[in-house]
Design a protein around this ligand. Structure first.
Ligand SMILES: [Zn+2]
Length: 250
């Protein structure tokens, strides 16, 4: 069993292939399930509707740090609606992606922290795992993370330092390993903390660089992992799927 724990195939704005073709390709490659990730309140509803239409798909409610415009009243009404309606839907497995992203100039640190803290409160109240997007912002992230009591959660697309990897391991976090590992030099967690993801349509793994990423390419990421961890492909599938089950109960 293989599972893509992070993709955006529900979002027609960024993912252009037809869903049926994409899911057929996923199954042809031995990938049984996927999780579509919401990146703002509206996109999360699209993710939910996509999951409710497809047996092999689950969804998350998220708000990407770069997508928040600092409007507090709007955030409050969005989250109120989410709590009374959206978050009660079936097949919701996590809150995220949420986090901090200081990579590109012009980001608003205060807005991002405000958003993150508000949404983490919901994750804590609902005892839902979190899919974190943290980029160039771990110094701000750790104290915020330590203020909440979350169920085991994941650092999606982790590519930061060895030091932050060690910290994440000590804090009980899991790590989303994706196509980046097939073409970039980044630190790698022990397999017992790894879940596989594509982040499709982004971060296409080798040997498909330059084309659109798809959940079926989890197979190629698992092949990379088999080489890296020096284990049988089936063992990689077994351990990473068991980790997904611990986190997301699918
Ligand atoms: Zn993503």
């Amino acid at each position: 069993m293989l599972i893509d724990t992070h993709c955006h195939i529900h979002d027609k704005g960024c993912f252009e292939l037809p869903p049926d073709e994409t899911l057929a390709h996923m199954h042809e490659n031995g990938v049984d399930k996927c999780i579509v990730i919401g990146t703002d309140p509206l996109d999360s509803v699209v993710a939910r509707n996509f999951a409710l239409q497809h047996a092999e798909v689950w969804w998350t409610y998220g708000y990407h740090p770069n997508d928040y415009d600092g409007n507090k009243a709007k955030l409050e009404s969005d989250l109120k609606l989410a709590k009374s309606d959206t978050l009660k839907s079936e097949k919701l497995v996590a809150i995220g992606e949420i986090g901090l992203d200081y990579h590109f100039d012009g980001y608003r640190r205060d807005w991002q922290i405000y958003l993150l803290e508000n949404i983490l409160q919901i994750a804590q109240d609902m005892q839902l795992p979190v899919s974190f997007h943290i980029r160039d912002a771990f110094d701000d992230f750790w104290p915020i993370f330590d203020n909440f009591h979350l169920v085991p959660s994941v650092l999606h697309s982790f590519s930061d330092s060895e030091e932050n990897l060690e910290r994440g391991i000590r804090k009980g976090l899991y790590f989303g390993v994706n196509g980046l590992s097939t073409f970039a030099q980044i630190p790698h967690p022990p397999l017992e903390r790894v879940i596989l993801e594509t982040d499709a349509p982004y971060l296409t793994p080798k040997p498909f660089r330059g084309t659109i990423n798809m959940p079926g390419y989890i197979k190629n990421i698992a092949e990379w992992a088999a080489g890296h961890y020096n284990l049988d492909f089936n063992e990689i599938a077994k351990v990473t799927s068991a980790n997904v089950n611990k986190l997301f109960k699918i």
